[in-house]
Every structure is written in C-alpha cells, then in structure tokens.
Design a protein around this ligand. Structure first.
Ligand SMILES: Cc1cc2nc3c(=O)[nH]c(=O)nc-3n(C[C@H](O)[C@H](O)[C@H](O)COP(=O)(O)O)c2cc1C
Length: 189
C-alpha cells in the first residue's frame, strides 16, 4: 500500500508523526508533504525535528514542488491522509485551489476517486468550516476530526493520540492489534 501524508499547520503535529510511525511499522509506503506552518508546529509542539519526521517517510516532497510525482494522477497511490488538517487547507481542498503540493495532491486524489481522509482540527467551528466539511464529505472524503474518546479509559496523552491514529488507519483497512476496541458494556436499558 502507498499513502500520501500531508501535514498542515493546525495544532496536533504529533498526529501526523505518529501516523507515519504506525504506517512504517505496517510496511506502508509513505509519501510526505509538510506545509511551512506544519514545520513550524512540529518544532513548537513536539520533541521531533522536521528532519526526523521526514526520515519516517519513504519519500519527501517540497511544499511548492508542483512538478513532484504525487502532483499527477498517473502516479499510483492508494489514498491520502491530511493530519492535522488546518481550516485553510480544508478550504483550499474544498475549492480545488491546488496552489501547493499538498492541496494539489488532495485534488488529484479526489479526481481519481481515491480515499481522502482529513483530520480537520479547529474548535469551535464556524459555518465556513462546517460547509467545507459537508461539501467534501458529500464528495466521498472522510472527515475525521481528532476528537478524544474516553470509553477505552485513556491514562496518558499518548493513549488519546494513538486512539485517533488507530481509528484513522482503520479507514484504510489497516486494523492494528494494539487498538483498544469497544467490546460492549453491560448496562440497564
Ligand atoms: C501554534 C499554532 C496552532 C494553530 N492551530 C490551528 C488549528 O488548530 N486549526 C487551524 O485551522 N489553524 C491553526 N493554526 C493556523 C494555521 O497554521 C494557519 O491558518 C496557516 O495559514 C495554515 O496553513 P497551512 O494549512 O498551509 O499549513 C495554528 C497556527 C499556529 C502557529
């Protein structure tokens, strides 16, 4: 399997990093593009350098490199995840701007009718954000806001992050065993 990972400048750079680590362990080939604000947030929010993040990928492309392979539908990939996905990148993808390699690659994924998963991160949401998400969802995009779950009793921030990461790769049909899954509960109904 071959997946494009786009990282944009919303908070939650760690989500893209953990996704890259998990996909590497799952032997998935990753092609990465990192926006300038994502790079800034990697440095600000995490203990990783941008270089260390890039080393997790099989291929890395420049944000402005619209001549890169992932800019064309003839380059075969199985899908794309944007993690985290800022509201600016969400808007650009929805409007088909293709003004940088991340949004161009997403545009190609949409035109080729392949799997696009957006970890949209903002709160609260205004009508613009919601309209963009609804429009893209109706085009077949998976809108997967990185919302924490508590039913699996997370005890660390890493537990919260990994739950989102496992739910994201579930969307690609990659069902990893460490994921704590809901087994049902005994409740009075
Ligand atoms: C520390 C930090 C956190 C941010 N968090 C968010 C966020 O959660 N969601 C969002 O839409 N934008 C967020 N932004 C703003 C984006 O980085 C900004 O809109 C930028 O233009 C996005 O560009 P990009 O999508 O090309 O990376 C944040 C910016 C900074 C510096």
């Amino acid at each position: 399997m071959k997946i494009i990972i786009g990282m944009s400048g919303a908070t939650g750079a760690i989500l893209g990093i953990k996704l890259l680590q998990v996909l590497k362990e799952a032997d998935v080939e990753t092609h990465v593009v990192i926006s300038p604000w994502a790079a800034a947030n990697i440095q600000y929010e995490t203990s990783y350098t941008v270089k260390e993040v890039e080393k997790l990928a099989d291929a890395v492309y420049g944000y402005k490199d619209l001549g890169a392979s992932i800019s064309s539908g003839s380059f075969q990939v199985d899908g794309m995840i944007v993690a985290p996905c800022s509201m600016k990148t969400l808007a650009s993808i929805r409007m088909g701007l293709s003004d940088n390699l991340l949004t161009r690659a997403a545009d190609v994924i949409l035109k080729e009718r392949k799997k696009l998963i957006l970890l949209t991160r903002e709160t609260p949401l205004n009508d613009i954000h919601l309209e963009h998400m609804l429009a893209l969802s109706r085009m077949g995009t998976t809108i997967l806001p990185p919302m924490p779950a508590f039913y699996n009793h997370p005890s660390t921030i890493d537990d919260l992050i990994m739950h989102i990461v496992f739910r994201t790769v579930d969307q690609l049909g990659i069902h990893l065993s460490p994921a704590k899954r809901w087994q049902g509960m005994k409740a009075r109904t």
